[in-house]
Design a protein around this ligand. Structure first.
Ligand code: HSE
Length: 291
């Protein structure tokens, strides 16, 4: 039996749309067992009732891509999925399924694909690399897809930094949150984000938490997505007032992640209270970066 554990990921980190992400200490487990025939999928944990148990299952589909590439394919397969990552909330649950399928199937095939091959394959399935790269490499990763190949570099998260995550009780499909984005943006907004993302990478690299607030500002996606997430702007502002170093929509949302090195409980309470005042029930988690 192959058993792999894949971390949750928070993509974008504000201005780094489709190119920055962080792995978090919250995991989905994929167990893959070759069988003589058929497909059996057992799911437990987060959103278990909503996850397909047939060929539509993402872990299975990703595994099939690996078997297609490596030429090894068991006659049947049993998958046991034990999930902790909330589904469709902006914490990389679909990436965890894809990466879990790719890594487990590769191990079952004798490890023919290298780490880069797995990042390339999983990113091509996902369409963007910013969740996939940290899900495979851990830590914070800068990743860029170029001609089907992902170039990426890992940054060690600053000491003591944790993510306070408020997870609304409604799902938001990434497709929906991407459909509302424009095909063109004003030049000034592109320049705004370029400066912030460069500052953010340098601040993370040097462990300068004092710059996270301004460096996590964004003008490419967050404001447009706020129409899909009641109270988003107020939650961002409230987390900062409560002592967060930086705060941003997590991936495509609807979860919000505040980065802090103290005041975790206060920030968590304020985020959840502010969501509630805007009619949104949420639960909060304080998560360390996954190494
Ligand atoms: N970068 C992606 C987005 C992450 O914001 O749409 C979501 O998976």
């Amino acid at each position: 039996m192959i058993r792999v554990q894949v971390p949750a990921t928070s993509a974008n980190l504000g201005p780094g749309f489709d190119c920055l992400g962080m792995a978090l200490e919250l995991y989905n487990i994929v167990e893959m067992i070759p069988a003589s025939r058929g497909l059996v999928i057992e799911v437990s944990g987060e959103s278990a009732a909503d996850i397909p148990r047939d060929e539509r299952n993402l872990v299975f589909q990703a595994a099939q891509r690996v078997f297609g590439n490596t030429g090894f394919s068991p006659p049947g397969l049993k998958l046991r999925l034990i999930n902790q990552i909330p589904a469709a909330r902006g914490l990389g649950s679909s990436t965890a399924a894809v990466v879990g399928g790719v890594v487990a199937a590769n191990l079952l095939s004798g490890g023919k694909l290298g780490v880069k091959d797995m990042i390339n394959l999983a990113s091509s399935i996902e369409g963007h690399p910013d969740n996939v790269a940290p899900a495979i490499l851990g830590g914070i990763v800068v990743s860029v897809q170029m001609d089907g190949e992902v170039k990426c570099l890992k940054i060690q998260p600053p000491q003591g930094l944790k993510g306070v995550v408020a997870v609304p009780d409604f799902p938001l499909a990434t497709r929906t949150a991407r459909e509302i984005l424009p095909s063109q943006v004003p030049f000034q907004d592109a320049v705004f984000n370029l400066g912030r993302v460069a500052l953010l990478v340098a601040a993370l690299q040097q462990g300068d938490l004092s710059l996270l607030g301004p460096a996590m500002e964004d003008r490419l996606h967050q404001s447009l997505r706020s129409s899909l997430i009641p109270g988003l702007k107020k939650v961002l502002a409230a987390a900062k007032l409560a002592g967060a170093r930086g705060v941003t929509l997590s991936g495509a949302g609807p979860a919000v992640i505040a980065f802090a090195d103290s005041n975790f409980d206060l920030i968590a309470r304020v985020m959840s209270d502010t969501f509630r005042q805007n009619g949104v029930k949420s639960r909060v988690m304080v998560l360390k970066p996954s190494p």
